[in-house]
Design a protein around this ligand. Structure first.
Ligand code: HEM
Length: 137
């Protein structure tokens, strides 16, 4: 009597209907990573190394920088790219490591909520920052 062996592979599951999302997110990680090299290294040099570095940072310094649309756009880009790059990277880590569906689901909900909060708060501060606000000293 012939032995009945299982087929070597389980029947394929139908491809997930998610369009090109994973490919776009793969490309986004590379493109945003390149942009972040310039944005983050520039930020690090200006804020922490050049011309007295961190010792010269105070309210007036920040107010001076944010009076320029160039630095507002710089900081806005850095905020959005780092948050979405880091968030999308963490989404991959969660997908790779969370074993239970419910753990994966709730970790991702917490991640997305934190991303929306931080993006909202950061964007709100950059656009509503008031350099004339009275300071205590
Ligand atoms: C400074 C320039 C940066 C470059 C060139 C860069 C590049 C990359 C690339 C190419 C990936 C994808 C790796 C893969 O698909 O296997 C990645 C993943 C990741 N990045 Fe960045 N990145 C940068 C900055 C950042 C920043 C500022 C953050 C945090 C806010 C961050 C957080 C992450 C995380 C959490 C992952 C996922 C790691 C993983 O899958 O194991 N990266 N990065």
């Amino acid at each position: 009597m012939a032995l009945a062996l299982d087929k070597p592979r389980a029947p394929r599951r139908p491809a997930a209907r998610r369009g090109n999302f994973e490919m776009i997110s793969w490309i986004f990680m590379r493109v945003s990573g390149l942009a972040l090299v310039v944005l983050v290294l520039g930020h690090l040099l200006i804020m922490n190394i050049l011309d007295g570095g961190v010792h010269r940072i105070n309210f007036a310094f920040v107010a001076g920088r944010w009076s320029s649309p160039f630095w507002q756009v710089w900081d806005l880009l850095m905020l959005w790219l780092a948050e979405i790059h880091g968030g999308n990277g963490l989404r991959t880590v969660i997908n790779d490591y969370a074993r239970k569906d419910s753990t994966r689901f709730w970790l991702k909900i917490m991640l997305y909520v934190s991303m929306v909060l931080i993006l909202f708060l950061g964007t709100y501060v950059i656009f509503t920052f008031d350099a004339t606000i009275p300071t205590t000293h």
